[in-house]
Design a binder for this molecule. Structure first.
Ligand code: BGC
Length: 385
């Protein structure tokens, strides 16, 4: 059942937007809209798939299962809409999280790894679930990517938005504190997918919230990302041990394959003999963004898809970004439209605090205290080609 949720939008506009998405052509201008359809059940709760269309005809599909972005249609250089994120056609595939890929999902409570699942808050030790031996990854056994969120669709002057809320109870995955999380996705009429995260707690706790979309700007399932051009505004990164836990120190990128301060294709140095590339099986590291941590949203990353000419800029107020080059994809996952996702078929750019920050006092803190509201913003922006 498809239900249009804002009745003040002329029905005809919805049809135009739906037609645009179906025909994969890029209309000059449409009215922004948001619609929902039932998409099954998870954990006994109803799951919906929401379609957000902005005034330029860009389309984002997002489900309240895991707050997952399932599809993102943006225009290429000839105006044809291209789906630039990896994902599945059906809810059951997201539930399976095959290969631990976390396609498109919201990640929490703690994005990336906590060494040996060892968390100490206010002197008390909490043992987290080890789901990525010997460490905890992306929140533990059942992360936010597998939770059913409460969804509220809305039209805003900036574009259609979907507000997702989730109360993570005290002790969930052994983290302390009742954590109330709100994530607002807005498909900006200026052609960006904006993600606003807020969180509050009733006990001291650690959080690191992000989104785990895998991008392929030449179209999901069509090629690898090795010929994508990448720029990261970072002089330093956090080198890791053989289990991908940061060593604590920061290392300069100069003279290494980690130097993306000027645009490089991802494939140009990925196979160099380098201990860090070996540990990550390619790029799977946290870059320390040059932008000051001041609450300002700044451009951190630029990616260009060579065939489509699609440019994506990642703007964030977070101190780090995990650039993961899809090293663990190996062609056995069949995604949307029956297309297989080969080795390095997508890249993730997870804006975040640094991995394992709770165990590394020199990193920006991830401790959230009662009475304080955590807020952060990331925008995946697509300048018109
Ligand atoms: C991690 C990778 C992991 C991927 C999928 C990334 O954030 O750094 O090591 O394979 O997520 O789970």
């Amino acid at each position: 059942m498809i239900q249009t949720l804002k009745w003040n939008i002329p029905a005809i506009a919805g049809f135009i937007a739906a037609f645009a998405a179906l025909s994969s052509s890029f209309p000059a201008s449409v009215s922004a809209s948001i619609s929902a359809k039932s998409w099954g059940k998870a954990d006994g709760k109803a799951v919906s798939l929401y379609t957000l269309t902005n005034s330029k005809g860009l389309v984002a599909k997002i489900t309240n299962f895991g707050g997952t972005v399932t599809s993102l249609l943006v225009p290429d250089k000839s105006g044809k809409l291209v789906d630039v994120v990896l994902g599945y056609d059906a809810l059951k595939e997201y539930k399976a999280n095959q290969g631990g890929t976390y396609f498109g999902a919201l990640i929490g409570r703690y994005g990336n790894r906590i060494a040996k699942g060892h968390l100490v808050v206010d002197g008390k030790a909490y043992q987290l679930f080890i789901n990525n031996k010997p460490n905890t990854l992306h929140g533990g056994k059942v992360g936010f990517n597998e939770r059913v969120w409460t969804a509220t669709p809305e039209q805003t002057p900036d574009g259609p938005s979907l507000t997702l809320t989730y109360l993570s109870p005290d002790g969930e995955e052994n983290f302390p504190g009742n954590l109330t999380v709100k994530v607002v996705y807005t498909l900006l009429n200026t052609n960006g997918l904006k993600i606003d995260y807020t969180a509050t707690t009733d006990k001291d706790t650690n959080i690191n919230l992000t989104n785990h979309s895998y991008f392929n700007l030449d179209g999901a399932g069509t090629s690898t990302i090795l010929d994508h051009k990448l720029t990261i505004n970072a002089d330093k990164y956090t080198p890791v041990d053989s289990t991908s836990i940061p060593l604590g120190k920061l290392a300069g990128v100069a003279g290494t394959p980690f130097d993306f301060r000027t645009a490089h294709t991802i494939g140009s140095r990925i196979n160099e003999t380098n201990e860090q590339l070996g540990f990550g099986k390619g790029y799977d590291h946290n870059w320390v963004l040059n932008s000051p941590v001041s609450g300002d949203v700044k451009k951190a990353v630029t990616v260009v898809g060579p065939k489509t000419g699609i440019v994506m800029e990642v703007l964030t107020d977070q101190p780090g970004v995990q650039f993961y080059s899809g090293n663990f994809l190996k062609g056995d996952i069949i995604g949307k439209k029956g297309l297989a996702y080969d080795h390095r078929a997508g890249l993730a750019l997870e804006t975040q605090h640094f991995p394992d920050s709770p165990n590394e006092p020199s990193y920006p803190t991830t401790l959230l205290k009662p009475g304080v509201t955590f807020h952060s913003t990331t925008i995946y922006h697509f300048p018109t080609p």
